[in-house]
Design a protein around this ligand. Structure first.
Ligand code: KIV
Ligand code: ZN
Length: 529
C-alpha cells in the first residue's frame, strides 16, 4: 500500500500574499469550493487577526466547506489564537496553526528573544491553542536555518503539549533538496515523540527549489506538504501544488506515495486562481502553462502522432485539460451548448446563468466563426466569479490615431444614474480609463495591464487583466471581448467594482491588504512568509 501524503493548501493565506493578489470574500469562497473539489486535505483559509476581511473570509469558509480541514493561522500570541479560533470554531474539522521563528538570526534580530524564551512561549501557546481546538499545528518559522538541536527540543516539547502537526518551513527559500531532506530525516531520527504528530514541510521558491525540496522531504519522512495552486505566494512564491501532485503521480515508480487529489480538477483550479487573483501564469509553467502540452517541433509532432508517450509523460486530460476543439458555431442550439458546458466542468450553473451564458455565446458566435472550448470557458468564468456591480458600462466611443490625441467618451450607470464623461489620454486605453474614472468619481492608480489572445486567429477573443491600487490595496479586474478596447474597458470597470465592493464590505478593514501580519503585534514575532 502506498503511503499517503497530505496536501495542505495555503493559496488563500500564503498565496494571497502574492503582490496584488487580494481576494474578496466571494472569491475566497469560490476558490475554497474548488479546492474541496480538488480533494485537498486542508485549506489554510487566512490569518484572522490581520484584518476584518481576513477574519470574515475564514469564518465564511469554515461555515460552508465541510470536507477538508479548515486552518486559521496565528502568531504565538493569545490574542491571535483567540481570533483564529473564533473564525474556525464552526468548521466541521477546525485546526489552529501557530508559528514562531526559531533560527538564531530571527530570534536575535526580529523577536529579540533568547532561545529559551522562544521555547517557553512555543510550549505555552501550543497548550493554549490545544485548550481551544483538538487539532493544533505548530510551525518553526525559518526552520531550514534553525540549529537542528534546538529544533528537536522545540518539536519534542510542542508535541508533548498536544501539537498534532509540526511544520518545518523553508521560509526564505534558502535550502536545497539534499540539505532539506537531511533535516527532515534528522527530525525523524532525533525527536523521540515524532510519531505522535504529522511531520509537515512548507517551502518557498526563492531559488526555484520549492517543489524539489518538498519532494526530497517526502522521501525523507515528511507526511504533509504545504503548497499553493500555481505556486503563487510572496516573492517567488510557494511550492506549486500541481507540480508536487503530478510529480508524485507521474513518477510512481520512484515515489510510492499517493495523495487524495482529483488531478482532473487541477486545470479548473489553476485558471480560477489566476483569473481571481490576476496573477498570470507564465506560458512555460510546468503542468498548467499554455505551452505545457504544446508540441511545436516537427520531430515531436511526428513522435506524438505515432505514440503519445514518446514525448508526453502525462496526458492533458489527467489535469482536466480537454483538447481544444472547434465546438460550436452560430447555428448551434441551446441544448448542445448546455452539454458542452457540462463537459467543461460547469455543471452547477443555475438555469438563468446558463441562459445568460448562452446569450453571450450567441453574441460571440456572430463575431467569431468557430467558438472553441477555451472561448466558452473564458465567457462563462468571466461572469461566474462576478461580485455585485456598482457601476455598469453602457457604451464607449473612442477617437484615436497616430497623429491625434486619443479621446474617449463613456456612458456608465451608477446607483441607477446615467453618467456620461469624456477624457483625452496617451492612447485609446488611457483615454477610456480616464473617462471611466471621471464618470465613476474614483481616483485609483493603474498598476498593471496585461492582454492576451484566448485562442489563435484574427477573430480571437482578447482577455485583459488590469490591477488598480487604492489606499495600498490592489484589485484585479478581468474583461474579455473580441474587441481589445472593449475587453480593456470591461476589465477596468470590473476592478473598480471590486474596489467599491471591498469598501462597502470592509469598512472595518485595517487597509493592510489583509495579510501583513503586523496588526496588533506585541512585537514578538512580526512578519510572516
Ligand atoms: O513561510 C513561513 O514560514 C510561513 C509560516 C507562517 C508557516 O508561512
Ligand atoms: Zn510561507
Amino acid at each position: 500500500m502506498s503511503k499517503r501524503v497530505y496536501i495542505f493548501d495555503t493559496t488563500l493565506r500564503d498565496g494571497e500574499q502574492s503582490p496584488g493578489a487580494s481576494l474578496n470574500m466571494q472569491e475566497k469562497l469560490e476558490i475554497a469550493r474548488q479546492l474541496e473539489n480538488l480533494g485537498v486535505d486542508a485549506i489554510e483559509a487566512g490569518f484572522p487577526i490581520a484584518s476584518k476581511g481576513d477574519f470574515e473570509g475564514v469564518r465564511a469558509i469554515a461555515r460552508s466547506i465541510r470536507k477538508p480541514i479548515i486552518v486559521a493561522l496565528a502568531r504565538s500570541v493569545k490574542r491571535d489564537i483567540d481570533r483564529a479560533w473564533e473564525a474556525i470554531r464552526e468548521a466541521a474539522r477546525p485546526r489552529i496553526h501557530i508559528f514562531i521563528a526559531t533560527s538564531d538570526i530571527h530570534m536575535k534580530y526580529k523577536l529579540k528573544m533568547e532561545p529559551e524564551e522562544v521555547l517557553k512561549l512555543a510550549v505555552e501557546m501550543t497548550a493554549y491553542a490545544k485548550s481551544l481546538c483538538p487539532d493544533v499545528e505548530f510551525s518553526t518559522e525559518d526552520g531550514s536555518r534553525t540549529r537542528p538541536e534546538f529544533m528537536y527540543r522545540v518539536l519534542e516539547a510542542v508535541i508533548d503539549k498536544g501539537a498534532t502537526v509540526v511544520n518545518i518551513p523553508d521560509t526564505v527559500g534558502y535550502s536545497t533538496p539534499g540539505e532539506f531532506g537531511r533535516l527532515i530525516r534528522g527530525i525523524r531520527e532525533n525527536v523521540k515523540n515524532i510519531d505522535k504528530a504529522i511531520l509537515s514541510v512548507h517551502c518557498h521558491n526563492d531559488l526555484g527549489l520549492a517543489v524539489a525540496n518538498s519532494l526530497s522531504a517526502v522521501e525523507n519522512g515528511a507526511q504533509q506538504v504545504e503548497c499553493t495552486v500555481n505556486g503563487i505566494g510572496e516573492r517567488a512564491g510557494n511550492a506549486a501544488l500541481e507540480e508536487i501532485v503530478m510529480a508524485l503521480r507521474t513518477r510512481k515508480d520512484l515515489y510510492d506515495f499517493e495523495t487524495g487529489i482529483v488531478t482532473e480538477q487541477i486545470y479548473k483550479a489553476s485558471t480560477m486562481v489566476s483569473a481571481l487573483t490576476g496573477v498570470i501564469i507564465q506560458p512555460n509553467k510546468a503542468i498548467i502553462g499554455a505551452n505545457a502540452f504544446a508540441h511545436e517541433s516537427g520531430i515531436h509532432q511526428h513522435g506524438i502522432l505515432s505514440n503519445r508517450e514518446t514525448y508526453e509523460i502525462m496526458t492533458p486530460e489527467s489535469i482536466g485539460l480537454k483538447q481544444s476543439q472547434m465546438v460550436l458555431g452560430k447555428h448551434s442550439g441551446r441544448h448542445a451548448f448546455e452539454e458542452r458546458l457540462k463537459e467543461l466542468g460547469f455543471e452547477n450553473l443555475a438555469p438563468d446563468e446558463i441562459n445568460e451564458a448562452f446569450e453571450r455565446f450567441k453574441d460571440l458566435a456572430d463575431k467569431k466563426k468557430y467558438v472553441m472550448d477555451k472561448d466558452i470557458e473564458a465567457l462563462v468564468s468571466s461572469e461566474a466569479y462576478q461580485i455585485p456591480e456598482v457601476i455598469e458600462l453602457e457604451y464607449f466611443h473612442i477617437t484615436s490615431g497616430n497623429t491625434l490625441i486619443s479621446t474617449s467618451t463613456v456612458k456608465i450607470v451608477k446607483d441607477q444614474k446615467v453618467i456620461e464623461e469624456a477624457a483625452c489620454g496617451d492612447g485609446p486605453v488611457d483615454a477610456t480609463f480616464k473617462a471611466i474614472d471621471r464618470a465613476a468619481g474614483v481616483d485609483v492608480t493603474l498598476k498593471d495591464y496585461f492582454l492576451k489572445a484566448i485562442t489563435g486567429g484574427k477573430d480571437a477573443l482578447g482577455e485583459v487583466i488590469v490591477k488598480i491600487e487604492k489606499n495600498g490595496r490592489m484589485f484585479a479586474g478581468r474583461g474579455i471581448s473580441t474587441d481589445i478596447l472593449e475587453a480593456s474597458a470591461k476589465a477596468y470597470v470590473n476592478a473598480i467594482n471590486k474596489m467599491l465592493y471591498d469598501q462597502s464590505e470592509n469598512n472595518g478593514n485595517n487597509g493592510s491588504n489583509g495579510n501583513n501580519g503586523n496588526n496588533g503585534n506585541n512585537g514578538n514575532n512580526g512578519s510572516l512568509q
